[in-house]
Design a protein around this ligand. Sequence first.
Ligand code: ADP
Ligand code: MG
Length: 259
Amino acid sequence: MGALAVREVSMRIGGRDLVRAVTFEVAPGEVLGLAGPNGAGKSTLLRTLYRVLRPTAGQVLLDGHDVWRMPGRWLARRLAAVLQDGGGDFGLSVHDVVSMGRTPHKRAFDGDSPADRAIVAEALERLDVADLAHAPFDRLSGGERQRVLIARALAQRPEVMVLDEPTNHLDLRHQLDALRLVRGLGITAVIALHDLNLAAAFCDRLCVMDGGAIVALGTPREVLTPELLRDVYRVDAEVGAHPRTGVPQVTLITEGDAP
Ligand code: ADP
Ligand code: MG
């Protein structure tokens, strides 16, 4: 399972409509990319999915259950979030942070079972942070931190992952690895991404927001057009096809900019 439905979700803060009647569904196993310019409302919308912000109107349903009506633990067993620059977590080691992913699956005062330990070890390994297991989390580089937070989400073994710009701070190798990993889990995912070419390569569908509302929703091929890039991002671009995969590729027009 892991069917996510966002129904007419609006978020009004301080008299401003940050999210306006957003509606979409994500099928079990589907990867939805969330794009749009800075300030479009992507992070605010994602916060309503993992229950940091209660929508002013509308509902978020996971497998038909309103996430705001279910116990926190119910949600934490099913949905993992990777936030932007998340978790100060002062004093915790990388291993501690990743182990926290197991918390929703344990009873109070339970220690780590051998199965928990194996899951944490695997998550550390898959995110290429096993060497850092004993390092203090708050001393890591931005990219290392990001990978640790993805490892924590992985250790949570969720049905749905919500990721806010997870490739921020990551070098090219780790960007690819992170997106391949999420894609390869076969779980439902909603991922805010700035890199439209990566989004096109890894997402089944893209949802583009602007001014708090959805302005396009469809396959990368349907959504990524020169018109959308002009209207929403205010850039001139050509949209071609990846030479090997045929996936849409955005190339900014920079004629006249070269030295
Ligand atoms: P995005 O993630 O698409 O860049 P955000 O959802 O972070 O956009 O922000 C959308 C808009 O809402 C921005 O203009 C931002 O300044 C504003 N905003 C975000 N959080 C709050 C808040 N708690 N109070 C008031 N304004 C906010
Ligand atoms: Mg954001």
